[in-house]
Ligand binder design. Structure first.
Ligand code: TXA
Ligand code: MG
Length: 316
């Protein structure tokens, strides 16, 4: 199990190589430590969810070395320009419409048409992004339900045996997660309060809309729309029922002879299945079938999160 290693120049390059090979690396940002993976590698992103042990998929923040790199993956607007100019690099995350042709894993944005982007201010994080040369998807580097880590040894306690490397850059200077602002329909929306004060943001884009759930603080998980395909979903299928149906298969025993079948994992590997889930749903949905028939997925490990999403999609 890797103990934290100092974020020296050679170690940052080693970490970048781990990311290129699809492995997980924990690294400091100015807010909290992140559990990083190559944002364009479905399988690596799936292993983030496996490592955190979360029973559902939450969209992840993608980290970029500079605003221009972030702009390539989202549909930019004037509010984003004003906020990025003022606060990037820094503890601010912007949620914007996703560019259709972005190569970022659909699992990173949990199948949504939006993408959370941020340019961190921590020098080692920027050096890692530069050495890696692509976007890094990173949630806070804690197990599901635990506190966000602000020191390398917090990460080691939670995730030490699940990452290739923990880069130690000392304590995080902000110590609170980034403020998350949605910029999807002209009205700036506070999705998560965090390390950048609301007042500073409102000074530039006017009053933020907030979703209030009674007296309780808003929970970002609850505010999220879930990905929903346009086509109906039929769960626990063993084969398509009609020629209008397409099949999302799982495991080695899938029915042969059907035209439109995508198999989430022929080896019944749940991490591989998670990696393909949203991509395959999007592809099948684009064919406008009468229904997407889905074979049963075991309800263990990442299967819990996969079934959670499929059930929500089927219930609409
Ligand atoms: O400071 C931070 O933001 C840290 C460091 C590592 O950058 N990261 C972090 O990530 O806190 P995470 O995954 O623990 O929290 C991401 C937040 C969640 O509240 C998630 O719901 C929201 O961002 N989010 C991400 N993508 C979104 C999207 N497309 N739409 C709405 N909310 C989104
Ligand atoms: Mg978190």
């Amino acid at each position: 199990m890797p103990a934290p290693t100092p974020a020296t120049h050679p170690n940052l390059h080693l970490a970048a190589q781990h990311l290129q090979a699809g492995r997980l690396v924990a690294f400091a940002t100015e807010t909290v430590y992140g559990l990083g993976a190559d944002a364009c590698n479905d399988q690596a992103v799936a292993s983030i969810f496996a490592a955190k042990g979360r029973p559902s998929f939450n969209p992840l923040i993608c980290h970029f070395p500079d605003p221009a790199a972030a702009r390539d993956h989202v549909i930019w607007n004037d509010q984003a320009e004003a906020l990025a100019n003022a606060f990037w690099p820094g503890p601010l995350t912007l949620v914007l419409p996703r560019q259709d042709q972005s190569r970022i894993s659909r699992l990173a944005s949990a199948g949504l048409d939006s993408l959370a982007v941020r340019v961190p201010a921590q020098q080692d994080a920027l050096a890692l992004l530069a050495a890696f040369g692509g976007p890094i998807a990173a949630p806070s580097a804690n197990l599901s339900g635990r506190l966000s880590p602000t020191r390398a040894d917090h990460v080691a306690q939670d995730l030490g045996n699940k990452v290739a490397m923990i880069l130690d850059s000392g304590p995080c200077v902000v110590g609170l997660e980034s403020t998350v602002i949605g910029l999807l329909d002209g009205q700036a929306l506070l999705l998560r309060p965090g390390g950048l004060a609301i007042e500073a943001i409102e000074a530039l884009v006017g009053p933020l809309a907030q979703i209030q759930t009674s007296d309780a603080p808003p929970s970002p998980g609850l505010l999220l729309q879930h990905y929903a395909p346009r086509s109906p979903i039929r769960l626990n299928a063993s084969a398509p029922q009609s020629s209008g149906e397409v099949l999302l298969a799982f495991g080695p025993d899938w029915p042969q002879g059907y035209k439109t079948v995508l198999n989430l994992s022929q080896h019944a590997d749940l991490t591989e299945a998670a990696a393909h889930l949203f991509d395959y749903l999007h592809r099948l949905d684009a064919l406008a079938p009468t229904a997407i028939a889905v074979m049963p997925i075991p309800n263990i490990g990442l299967g819990l999160a996969i079934n959670d999403r499929l059930k929500r999609a089927a219930e609409r």
